[in-house]
Ligand binder design. Sequence first.
Ligand code: DI6
Ligand code: FE
Length: 410
Amino acid sequence: MSQPQDTLWINARLATCDAAVTAPYGALDGHALWLRDGKIHAVLPQDAALRAFGNGDIIDAKGGWITPGFIDCHTHLVYGGNRAAEWEKRLTGVPYQQIAAEGGGIISTVRATRGLDEDELALTSLPRLKALMKEGVTTIEMKSGYGLTLADELKQLRAARRLEAALPVEVATTLLSAHALPPEFAGDADGYIRHVCEVIIPAAAQEGLAEAVDVFCEGVGFSPAQTRCVFEAAQAHGLKVKGHVEQLSNLHGAALVAEFGGLSADHIEYLDDAGVAALAASGPVAVLLPGAYYFLRETQKPPVDKLRAAGVAMAVSTDLNPGTSPFASIRLAMNQACVLFGLTPEEALLGTTRHAALALGRAATHGQLAAGYVADLLLWDIEHPAEIVYGLGTNPLTRRVFRGVVQHEG
Ligand code: DI6
Ligand code: FE
């Protein structure tokens, strides 16, 4: 029997994204979604659900599709300024790596981010978060990495938490202090990594400000040996690990993430067969970030066919950041994953639901329409789920539900 606050969503077609439902998209017709206390209480054949449901609201979905809320599992959403001028330069042929080497790139965003206090940083990031929520994002990861001092890194993470407190959205915070070498440590990358391991990671862990630690393992970032030091410190402080790996070259960072039982290996355009095997053997999710590939006009694609054949779960995310993916649109990322990387629309949807939940260590609670999962869901005015990924510029999302409560920004 239902409780007064229960809701029952009827006349919907469910794209459950539940692996136990074998139809494409985990589709279930003729089923109702019964929500209680912010969770999915039951997914039942509609007749049975209507018989069992007593008090509470019944909401008629009028034949629309319901999907799980979107999970954007890799973003750098909290930052100051923008890099439009740098982009203009890149369009004339100056490569991203050269701009970084000349003190532009990430470091210019570091300057802009350091110049804002926590309030200003949250405020300037707010429109980006609202744009993603309008498209259906209900859980989002946000990284530090544009502070690069203890105070500025923690400030970025606190701004992320402040955004979470202000809006109906769940935020997973990640410490990415090993993103670039700050000017204070010029010529002493090992010294900075020691500072990250001995000072910044312990403080972030102590204050409960980060769930995970990320490293930009790259020629223009940090070496595999430095990445290993950061991962060891993260584990020593009970934090999970993940990596920006194999984005611009192959340093075998994905294997390192796998060795540490990490959550995800992200970008992975240059992942080789051994890297695919390492992910397949130990379980980190392959996070595909087509926005950065597109915006940097890269030509090396991630080995999607091999990842698929090896059974590696693939997530799709915006990588929202001012330098390489200034796109606050998860539907754009899904579309790009299909057009540029060859995912199917179904894979793209799993990539922002079930597989993205896995990449955030939330596989048991998020990313599926199934009993016991959070009641984060999206109602779409569409005939087929592929329409979510297919066209851009219009928004067929008619309702966004966070923890069982209908939000109206959809
Ligand atoms: N890889 C990326 O694509 C972003 N960070 C990273 O490690 C770029 C961030 C930026 O250019 O500001
Ligand atoms: Fe990134």
